[in-house]
Design a protein around this ligand. Sequence first.
Ligand code: ZN
Length: 384
Amino acid sequence: MTLSPRQIESRFDWAGLPAVAARVIQHAIDIQQIPAPTFDEARRAAFVKARFEALGLEQVYVDELHNVYGCLRGIEPTRSAVLLSAHTDTVFEAATDLTIRRETDLIYGPGLGDNSIGVAGLICLAEMLQERHLTPARDLWFVANTREEGLGDLGGMKAVIERLRGRISCVINVEGMAFGHVYHAGIAVRRLHITASAEGGHSWLNFGRPSAIHGIVQLGAKLTTLQPASTPRTTYNIGLIDGGTSINTIASNASLWLDLRSEDAGALANLERQARSHIEASITPELRFSVEVVGDRPAGSIPHNHLLVQIALGSLDGLGVKGTLETGSTDANVPLSQGIPAVTVGITRGGNAHRLDEYIETAAVGQGMRHLFGVVMATAEAQI
Ligand SMILES: [Zn+2]
């Protein structure tokens, strides 16, 4: 028999909840203060590893990508485990001023919500279980993974799933500011870096020669006429353009970065084909184009009525919060694309993700921890 998150929660003494919330926030700040740009997460990984070891998790391990693993033994260790994950990397470069600022019940700080508080939630959940001697029905793997943001291409989670394949049967992924939302579908993403190259020359003396910049902006103009399907939702964005050396030089090099997304892998492939046909048509003997795939995030989903989704929604319901179902690109894409059920849930609310004025709401953190606790413990009981 599967217990609901509500029934599971009722076993717990929530009188200590404000103290738990305060600890989550303090951990989140401690983590946020350690710079962790994508591909440079080693220092943050060392912090998490020390916490996992102090908590007595088993098989604590850091892999070559700085993913940190720790296992909490369950009542039935022969059953396949539940994986709990949260990414450590941020979109902010190492030199970013990480000073936090408090304003009534908000705390501002780059990366605090995305995803320091997610990682803090994982650590504090393990702490709660250990302190109160609560044993989950089966093993829980706690993993603070890397390479979720930017050009990380979910590389951390890809390695985690590779390593734990066969030992886990479902994934609960935590994105700090997603409280109230349940991501059950991972959209597919393809990212192309398109480079134009030409001979170049002097803007006056060699006028008439092909320019890599002119070629790239002409291609860009064609790409903005792409008509992606609205159902399944499919989108494109030219996010960056660079190139050239000076105002009076015919550019020999220029490039643009194209991000393509869809709820459906087929629709995405179709959009990429259209983009590539514009690229092919732009090539001349004097103006060359090359394409490098710099991002490939696979799609996958579980239906609304999947038990894992129902547990997550039921947990929110029990807390008096109307949960909303979401599709998006998170670390859960990786297990979902491989047929492993996964949801992404949150710890609190917040805003301005990926901006220097990112903030979290402190008032929701207690609720968020009850939610995480309920979802994790109910999932451990369930046959998923
Ligand atoms: Zn995130």
